[in-house]
Ligand binder design. Structure first.
Ligand code: DX5
Ligand code: ZN
Length: 220
């Protein structure tokens, strides 16, 4: 299991230091939530902030675009230093083209599904994605309660990907993840877990990482 802490719950006045602390604590990924105030009822940051953070960090930048028509900004995020772009199936009319374009630009491509969105589209983009993001909450805010319907959805995503011979595609879960649901999510097939409030709310980070990893081992 890979733990990807969501910077949405970090100290926004000192994100450079937060990233350095994550790296020192042994994390490899950082989850960056981009919100446009339209696809979700909240606004965060965009390419200029990511570009500034890129200069301060060697972490893998897992960029979650909660943005309408994200195809408008793919090159901007590449230039900013994103390693992976995750777009919502609900937000782009031409999902296959958008995923292919992300890869053509040299980044990993991810597709995200809101809690009430069926996974049908995954059947048609299984070979175009490097990761599938199953939302555990309706996106927009950190600190929301985990929806238990997520477990079955993770299992279904794994089944669809395996059916297409894509055992290598990672499944990420984001929203409401904590050490208490980690084992079950891993058991269902999750490979990457995002955590905002449950991670940043309980420092030190190295110890928090260990708690999540120990919980994940129970799910294996
Ligand atoms: C939700 C964001 C998440 C959020 C997770 O809209 O996409 O990444 O920060 O926060 P927690 O872990 O607190 O639910
Ligand atoms: Zn996110």
């Amino acid at each position: 299991m890979i733990l990807s802490p969501s910077l949405l719950s970090a100290d926004f006045a000192d994100l450079g230091r937060e990233l350095a602390e994550l790296e020192a604590a042994g994390l490899a990924w950082a989850h960056l939530d981009v919100m446009d105030g339209r696809f979700v009822p909240n606004i965060t940051f965009g390419p200029p902030v990511i570009k500034a953070l890129r200069r301060r960090s060697g972490l893998f930048f897992d960029v979650h675009l909660m943005v309408d028509a994200p195809e408008r900004y793919l090159e901007d995020f590449r230039a900013a230093g994103a390693d992976m772009l995750v777009v919502h199936a609900e937000a782009t009319l031409h999902l296959q083209r958008t995923l292919a374009e992300i890869r053509r630009l040299g980044m990993r491509a991810g597709v995200a599904f809101n809690p009430a969105t069926p996974l049908g589209a995954l059947e048609y983009v299984a070979t175009d994605a490097d990761m599938v993001l199953i939302m555990g909450v309706n996106p927009g805010f950190s600190g929301q309660a985990f929806l238990p319907t997520t477990y079955a959805k993770v299992r279904e995503a794994r089944r669809i990907l395996d059916g297409h011979g894509r055992q290598d595609v990672k499944i990420q879960v984001d929203g409401g993840v904590d050490p208490a649901n980690t084992a079950e999510l891993v058991r269902c097939g999750a490979d990457v877990l995002v955590s905002g409030s449950a991670f940043f709310g309980a420092p030190p980070y190295a110890e928090r990482l260990r708690t999540f990893m120990n919980a994940a081992r129970d799910g294996k």
